[in-house]
Design a protein around this ligand. Structure first.
Ligand SMILES: [Fe+2]
Ligand SMILES: [Fe+2]
Length: 172
């Protein structure tokens, strides 16, 4: 919502889609600790004792969650798409499909950027050490240098520099 508001995507429907995806995207993870990981490799290399079943469930949780929602008519199709794409990466090194920036949907891209920012913030050990947005851009510059990902981050940076409030109320 922080990013989509800054991009000017303030409709109630867009807000609903992103909020539903935020609530449901990790629905099928068998262990809530897995939600903090961005890739299958990072789960395997974490040093935490996840079982083989948990690692396997992590590697297909995007597909499984999207599948669960497929027949629910109350859930807009875009929500399934965002969920399916939430671990894809613009360089094509994500999962489960390994699709790159040219294939990832716009809503999926904003969701990926948002979750990446949350992960960046939560990687800070000291909460008083609240990072500036520029630090996030620098940290992820290489990963997000492609297509819509780059364009969205440029707009978000410009709006923040203009002093726009990302927490303004979404129109209904
Ligand atoms: Fe996930
Ligand atoms: Fe997540």
């Amino acid at each position: 919502m922080f990013f989509s508001n800054l991009l000017g995507w303030e409709s109630a429907l867009t807000c609903k889609k992103l909020c539903l995806a935020a609530i449901l995207h990790d629905l099928t993870l068998p262990n809530p600790s897995l939600a903090a990981f961005e890739s299958v490799e990072s789960v395997k290399n974490s040093g935490m004792l996840f079982s083989a079943e948990e690692v396997s469930a992590f590697s297909c949780h995007s597909t499984e969650a999207a599948k669960l929602l497929k027949d629910m008519i109350e859930i807009p199709a875009d929500v399934e798409q965002i969920i399916l794409e939430h671990h894809e990466r613009p360089d094509g090194k994500g999962f489960p499909l390994g699709e790159d920036y040219a294939k990832i949907s716009s809503l999926g891209a904003v969701f990926i950027l948002g979750e990446s920012y949350i992960n960046f913030l939560s990687s800070r050990k000291n909460l008083s050490d609240f990072p500036k947005f520029d630090e996030f851009l620098k940290d992820r510059a290489q990963l997000f240098q492609f297509g819509a990902f780059k364009k969205f981050l440029q707009i978000i940076k410009m709006k923040l520099n203009e002093g726009e409030d990302p927490f303004k109320l979404t129109s209904v």
